[in-house]
Design a protein around this ligand. Structure first.
Ligand SMILES: O=C(O)c1cccc(C(=O)CC[C@H]2O[C@@H](n3cnc4c(=O)[nH]cnc43)[C@H](O)[C@@H]2O)c1
Length: 231
């Protein structure tokens, strides 16, 4: 499980069911690069930093040094929700992880790196439907859709409209998923992204953020995940 910051990792760890732990004791494993991997049973949790580059570097480090291959990499934390699909406090499960601003500005509009002839701008995810079903069964409002990775948090209605026009059905935006997905793809490991919605994507309004609610939803989501199917 790869988060950006330590409070997100702590929410994930609080949510992990005690029953999901195997016989291994909890452990904290320092990794080169100053990372600290939290291990609980079969699950490792890493706070790799904010933004796609930090996320890719941290994820790649953990993947390269794993004693046993991982079966899934999950990018997670709080994120912005696109209305009306993903209200505050709800969960978004990505069916695609999309690099929304990786490309070039041209006189004809934005061109993705793929359109420019190199790289990729999206990764399919694993287990999205099963995860969403488990969360809904547990009473958590959950949307499934593309989650956009951006390097700049959206702060205007115009930018939000641009993103939804370019990515119909987009459910959330955050800053790490694509970096995590690139690292996972490099190691041939399936990827998923799960976000708890702390704010609406649109005009900047710090007073409207609901960080506490989002952390509570994140914790609850990790208590409900169908670990038997994921690991
Ligand atoms: O200053 C702002 O207006 C602002 C608005 C939302 C988030 C931020 C952050 O600096 C948090 C970045 C951090 O949290 C994730 N996150 C949460 N909400 C969003 C969002 O609406 N768009 C993009 N990222 C978001 C992100 O993954 C980072 O880890 C500042």
């Amino acid at each position: 499980m790869v988060t950006a910051v330590a409070p997100e990792a702590a929410a994930v760890l609080r949510g992990l069911p005690a029953g999901s732990a195997d016989s291994a004791p909890d452990a904290e494993l320092p990794l080169p690069g100053g990372y600290l991997l939290h291990r609980r049973g079969p699950v490792d949790v890493l706070a790799a930093g904010v933004g796609p580059a930090a996320a890719a570097a941290g994820t790649a480090t953990a993947l390269a040094l794993a004693a046993q291959p991982y079966r899934l990499v999950l990018s997670t934390g709080i994120g912005g929700g696109f209305a009306p699909l993903a209200p505050l406090g709800s969960i978004v499960v990505a069916d695609q992880i999309v690099a929304a601003d990786l490309g070039a500005d041209t006189p004809d509009g934005f061109a993705t790196v793929t359109e420019l002839g190199f790289g990729r701008v999206s990764h399919p995810t694993a287990h999205a439907a099963a995860v969403a079903a488990a969360l809904r069964d547990g009473g958590l409002p959950t949307a499934v859709g593309p989650v956009l990775t951006v390097s700049t948090v959206t702060g205007t209605a115009a930018r939000a409209e641009q993103l939804t026009a370019r990515h119909p059905g987009a459910a959330a935006e955050a800053m790490e998923g694509f970096g995590v997905a690139e690292a996972a793809a490099g190691h041939g490991v399936p990827v998923l992204e799960l976000r708890a919605v702390s704010n609406a994507v649109g005009p900047r309004d710090r007073a409207a953020w609901r960080i506490g609610e989002a952390f509570a939803a994140l914790e609850r989501a990790f208590a409900l995940l169908p670990y038997d199917r994921l690991l």
